[in-house]
Design a protein around this ligand. Structure first.
Ligand SMILES: [Zn+2]
Length: 210
C-alpha cells in the first residue's frame, strides 16, 4: 500500500518590525509563505497549491494578512468594490471555519452570501478556492477583519457584518465561538447598539432575493 497525503510547508521569506495590532507596540515579525505539497510515504513530492503569505508576530504569535504592514499608510477612503467583496467573503469564510468544520449547508450559505455581495453568481469552485486559501494560513477572523476593514466605509462594514452573521448562523444557532466573533465586530466597526442590531436585522432580507 502506498501512503499518499498532503502537508503544508511554511518558510520564512522576510522579516522586520511592524506595529502589531494585538501587542499594540512595535514587534519583530516574519513574513511566512505556506504551500500545500503532495506527499508519498510522507515525503513532499510536488506542490499542489499556490503560496499563501502571512505575517506572524514573533511576540504574540498572532497571524495577520500582509496588509497589516501598510496599516499606518492606509487612508480611510473608499476601497475598490471588487476588493471589498473578496475581503468580505473571506471574512465570512473565516467565521465559518472558526469551529474547524464546514458543512454542506454552510457551503450553500456562503455561495448565497458571495453571490449577493458580488452581485453575480459565484460558482462552487470559485468559493472552494477562497475557502482553501483562507484555511491554509488560518488568520483569526477578528485579526483578519481588523486589518482588511480599515479602508471600508460604513455601508461596507454593515454588509461585511451581515455576511459574517449569515455565515455564522447557516448551520443552526450561533455557537459561543461565533457569537464572540460577532460581538467583537461591533467594537471593531465602532457601531452603536442600534446600528449593530439594525444591520443584523437587515441581513435576514438577503435570502429573499434568491
Ligand atoms: Zn503581537
Amino acid at each position: 500500500m502506498i501512503f499518499i497525503g498532503t502537508v503544508n510547508l511554511t518558510r520564512t521569506r522576510d522579516e522586520g518590525n511592524f506595529l502589531c495590532p494585538a501587542c499594540g507596540v512595535s514587534q519583530h515579525y516574519r513574513l511566512r509563505a505556506t504551500r500545500a505539497w503532495l506527499t508519498v510515504y510522507f515525503i513532499p513530492m510536488v506542490p499542489v497549491s499556490d503560496h499563501e503569505f502571512f505575517i506572524q508576530c514573533d511576540h504574540c504569535k498572532a497571524n495577520w494578512d500582509p496588509s497589516v504592514l501598510e496599516m499606518d499608510q492606509v487612508n480611510p477612503s473608499d476601497v475598490a468594490e471588487e476588493q471589498f467583496c473578496t475581503e468580505a467573503v473571506r471574512s465570512a469564510v473565516l467565521v465559518v471555519l472558526a469551529d474547524n468544520q464546514i458543512t454542506e449547508r454552510e457551503i450553500n450559505a456562503l455561495q448565497i452570501i458571495a453571490s449577493h455581495l458580488m452581485k453575480r453568481p459565484v460558482e462552487r469552485d470559485e468559493l472552494g478556492r477562497l475557502c482553501s486559501n483562507a484555511q491554509q494560513h488560518r488568520i483569526e477572523p477578528v485579526n483578519y477583519v481588523l486589518t482588511a476593514s480599515r479602508p471600508w466605509n460604513q455601508k461596507q462594514r454593515e454588509r461585511a457584518l451581515q455576511a459574517m452573521f449569515l455565515a455564522a448562523t447557516a448551520d443552526g444557532p450561533l455557537g459561543e465561538l461565533q457569537l464572540d466573533i460577532l460581538t467583537k465586530m461591533q467594537e471593531l466597526f465602532d457601531f452603536t447598539d442600534a446600528e449593530y442590531h439594525q444591520a443584523i436585522e437587515q441581513a435576514v432580507e438577503w435570502d429573499s432575493d434568491h
